[in-house]
Design a protein around this ligand. Structure first.
Ligand code: 5RP
Length: 234
């Protein structure tokens, strides 16, 4: 099975979790895009909020009813992809019950709005192909969203935490800007052994808007691979 096939599989399974009448958060990225297509095809009576302009525009084009957190401050369900998924075993990974479900997100640049929408949802289901499963977070560079004028101050502070920050560029060669007009520093490391304390340290840097560590926010993971879709509940 290719990575794209696995993403499609979890996108379809996630769309099946949605029921008529629900208020649904739509994530961002290639897996979330596949989910949005599957969900639109079901033609349910639902109201949605998106975590990026791209997902908002796509869903609107597909005929979905799009609103904002102003109208819909509480969501039943948020479904989104991730760059890394770290499961720590509860009853044992084989049982599908996990104690920890921690993520790195923001590869697509939408981490701030993603965290905001996720925080408004009763359930956050992360959809990922099995290549995203890691024993320790941090092989994928951690995206950190930064206010432009603070960049020269934030960069050395992230370096002092042991990261190698790299300013994200766009495909056209300019500096990448988020939907909120901020910069992203992709922070390389050899692994984030203590995600909770690292998250707190990054958060305490003035000028950091948000970081891509989503710790204990997801309530379920759908992981697609050779065995089909595996479900893990936190
Ligand atoms: C966007 C994200 C995405 O969910 C993450 O990058 C995974 O993307 P993909 O589904 O394309 O692999 O966090 O900011």
């Amino acid at each position: 099975m290719t990575q794209d096939e696995a993403k499609r599989l979890v996108g379809r399974r996630a769309a099946e979790l949605v029921e008529d009448g629900m208020i649904v958060g739509l994530g961002t990225g290639t897996t979330a895009t596949l989910f949005i297509h599957e969900l639109a095809a079901r033609k349910l009576k639902i109201r949605c909020v998106a975590s990026s302009d791209a997902s908002h525009d796509l869903a609107a084009r597909l005929g979905m009813r799009m609103e904002s957190l102003k109208e819909l401050p509480e969501l039943d369900l948020y479904i989104d992809g991730a760059d890394e998924v770290c499961l720590s075993a509860g009853g044992g990974i084989g049982t599908g019950i996990v104690v920890g479900l921690d993520l790195i997100k923001g590869g697509g640049g939408a981490l701030l709005r993603e965290k905001i929408v996720a925080s408004a949802a009763k359930e956050f289901v992360v959809v990922a192909d099995s290549t995203k499963l890691v024993p320790v977070l941090g092989k994928f560079p951690l995206p950190v969203e930064v206010i432009k004028m603070a960049l020269p101050l934030v960069e050395p502070k992230l370096a002092a935490l042991g990261f190698t920050p790299k300013l994200r560029m766009s495909k056209d060669g300019g500096i990448y800007l988020t939907d909120e007009g901020n910069y992203i520093l992709d922070c390389w490391s050899t692994g984030i052994a203590e995600p909770e304390s690292t998250a707190a340290e990054i958060r305490s840097i003035v000028g950091v808007v948000e970081h891509g560590l989503f710790l204990g926010m997801a309530t379920m993971a759908l992981v697609g691979g050779e065995d089909g879709v595996r479900e893990f509940r936190a």
